[in-house]
Design a binder for this molecule. Sequence first.
Ligand SMILES: NC(=O)c1ccc[n+]([C@@H]2O[C@H](COP(=O)([O-])OP(=O)(O)OC[C@H]3O[C@@H](n4cnc5c(N)ncnc54)[C@H](OP(=O)(O)O)[C@@H]3O)[C@@H](O)[C@H]2O)c1
Length: 259
Amino acid sequence: MKVAVIGAGTIGSAVVRALSEAGHEVVATRRNLEKVGWLEEYGVKLTRNNREAVEWAEAVFLAVKPNKVGLVLGEVSDLLTGKFLISLAAGIGLNYLRRLAPKVKAVRAMPNIAILVKESFTAYATDLEGDDLETIKGFFSTFGRCIRVDEEHMDAITGLSGSGPAYVTVFLEAMVYGGLRVGLPRETARLAALQTLLGTAKLLMETDKHPAEVREWVITPGGTTIDGVFELEEGRVRTAVMKAVDAAAKKSRILSRKI
Ligand SMILES: NC(=O)c1ccc[n+]([C@@H]2O[C@H](COP(=O)([O-])OP(=O)(O)OC[C@H]3O[C@@H](n4cnc5c(N)ncnc54)[C@H](OP(=O)(O)O)[C@@H]3O)[C@@H](O)[C@H]2O)c1
């Protein structure tokens, strides 16, 4: 399919790469094109001209900052009629998209940066059905896992999995520092922390076990792990993570009210 990605920044260029690797024809736009010259290696055409890109495309991904969505749609809305418009912007609702670009096949989606390794969790909200739904599912499955959710859950998704990679890197960095603190070489600490995170996620995903059950497999009475877990509980790690998700979801709701 012919796909335009408007705003080839951090998430937009990851989308561009995933789509072009999956065989779509992709045109990407932004103003400072020199920063994404590397995308040409993937056969992607780069332009500063949003109108030219949208006119050519059958599907348009919008990956600009939330406060730029109105500006960009104002520029290209007349060229969007009948096309897929897939917005990745936090806090931008379907009604807003349809108001600024009537007669589009509107989709609101929230991927995360793990698109870069095709392991994104992407949630999307849309009224599309049938072949149109299959088309957008096809796009999102090139990013990693995807599910359809009610739009009312999109701010919560933004706070959990959209922002999630940032939380995980904080925890991961803390694990590496923990390893350094007990004397491990830097690279050993890094690999031990990363593989532990990856392995635990895979174990939970593949066995469908509750995290508490897997934790019980690791904790032995009077053993080493319970001393570590005790310190985590004292540090109120769970409360901190829950508050992080809550704060980011709230911010997504605030963004939507401001626009
Ligand atoms: N980062 C994430 O992990 C993530 C995850 C999920 C969703 N999102 C959503 O994705 C969107 C982009 O976030 P980001 O982190 O990727 O931001 P970003 O890196 O700043 O990317 C936005 C890009 O838009 C370009 N841009 C600005 N005005 C433009 C215009 N008029 N026409 C074309 N391009 C324009 C900017 O490049 P120039 O200045 O060169 O034009 C910039 O590269 C946000 O709405 C965010 O909510 C981000």
